[in-house]
Structures are given as C-alpha cells and as structure tokens.
Design a protein around this ligand. Sequence first.
Ligand SMILES: [Zn+2]
Length: 306
Amino acid sequence: MTPEPGAKLTTTWSPGVAGLPALTVHRASGRHPGPHLLVTGGVHGDEYEGPAAGSEFFTALDPNRLNGTVTVLPVINVAAWQARRRRTPADDGDLNRAFPGDPAGSPTRQLAAAVFATFVPPADAVIDLHSGGTAIMHLPMVGVPGDDDRARGVLNSFDHRFYHWRMPDVAGVFSNEAHRAGKIAVGVEWGGGGLLDREGVTALVAALARSLAALGLGDGGFTPPKLEGPPTLPALAGDYQGSPAAGLWTTTAELGARITAGEILGRLHDPLSGQTTDVPAARSGVIAALPHQAWLPAGAPVAYIG
Ligand SMILES: [Zn+2]
C-alpha cells in the first residue's frame, strides 16, 4: 500500500470481514520523511462532501512537494456507501459508534477493528470528514474531542465559515477513539441532506491543503486561498438532541440561530393518531444541525445545539 518516495499509489484493501467489500486506499509518499496524515470520509455511507473532497485532494496532491505520508480513505464503510445508507446494511450498525472495534463482534464492529488497527497506528494525525447524511443538515464545523493544543494548526486551517467545535466525548466515534489512542484527531462536518455541496468540497480541499503545511508535511503543491484573519464565529460545544416521539416535523428554527433552553424548537404531528408534540430546546446555544426530512422516527436528531 506504500509507494516509493515521491510517488502516489491507489490500491484496495480488504478488511477481511465476510460480506464486506474492500476499501479504496490512496497513499502518497513524500520525497522526505515527515508526519503521516490520515484523511477519512464515508464512515457514514450517505455523506458525500468528505469522499469527494478526499478524492480531489489526493488527485491534486504533488508527492514531490510533500514531507511525510498522506493516506486517504475516501469511503470507509463501502457497503453502506453502495447502499446509500448511513449504516452498514448487514447489521444496521453505526460505524461511527463502533471504533476501535471488536474482531469478534458484529460485521460493523469487525470493520471498525480492522480499519482502526491497520490505519490509525501509523498516522500522527487523523482528519475525519462528515456531513449530516440524508437525515440532517449541519453547519460547517471543525473540532477536536476535548482540548488538544497540537490540533490548533489544523483547526486554524479551516476558513471563516467553519464553527470551532468542542466535540462531545461519545464512545466509538472515530475521531474520539483516535484522540484516545494519542493521535491529533479532528472531526469535520459540512452540509448534508444527501446532497453534494461543491462549495463545501472546495472549502474542505483548501483546508486539507493548509493542514498539510500546519502539520509540517510541506505544501503538497497546493496554493490555497489565504485566510482572512482569525475565526469570528462563536465556539460550539453541546450535543445532538433526540426526538421524543415519531411524527411529521415542522420548525421555524434556522441553522446558525441562537436558541434558549425551553424555547420551542419545533413540532411533531402524527396525522394518524392526531397527536401533536411540541419539542422544547434541551439546552441554550447555536442551532448547528436540523432535520432534513419530514418524518422523524422517535430518537432521531431534532437538532444539534452547541
Ligand atoms: Zn457522519
């Protein structure tokens, strides 16, 4: 999987899990030694900016302008990707709750174990690209689990549209577990709704290019636009809020607006039972994600308030 110095290579790698397809692995070896950056997308199979940005970043990357190694896994959950679903079809598992995995567990946990054991130990830094998937729409967000000063340069490689975000410490999340394993680990969100936002892809490729330089890997041949000063958006923390019931969802809440705990976030209505449920915001903060689909199952996110 590792090319000669100054070269790039695309191969496939089988996780060795029955019924799960091989992953595409892009790797570039720099002319000179340096850190190893791992860029990942498609942990959820219905998110498109990350896989598109990872692929375009690798295509444009010049290994002769690189010190160190870049590995790009454009799509980690290939079976979910092929099904255009968030979760692994074989067991309905959420891969982003399954890391560092279990070689004796469900197919999703086996996939998590194989990917984590193979690709995380050699990396110094991990940038995991997500979007809201078909179900929700996210503000652009870039964050680390808790605090990590080592990640500052990567966080500051994302432009003024990205909210800085203190990720909640949720077990099984790829960037959380990579952080726990001692890596610089950054999680990113952009958009969602099952769409592909070109503006997001361009912003992510530029941020990955700046991250190379910030991590000491050279410029990779990129000349991304200069950033216009430090970020001015408020920092986010918080978490997802789940729906208390199933129903048709209506809201006048908007992404980026502030909401106060107890204020009505939206309304659920079931036309069959006639039941209507007002959903108050569980905490105060900036609305960083909202549903993109009309029908919400019970427990599905009604918002990310950060
Ligand atoms: Zn995701």
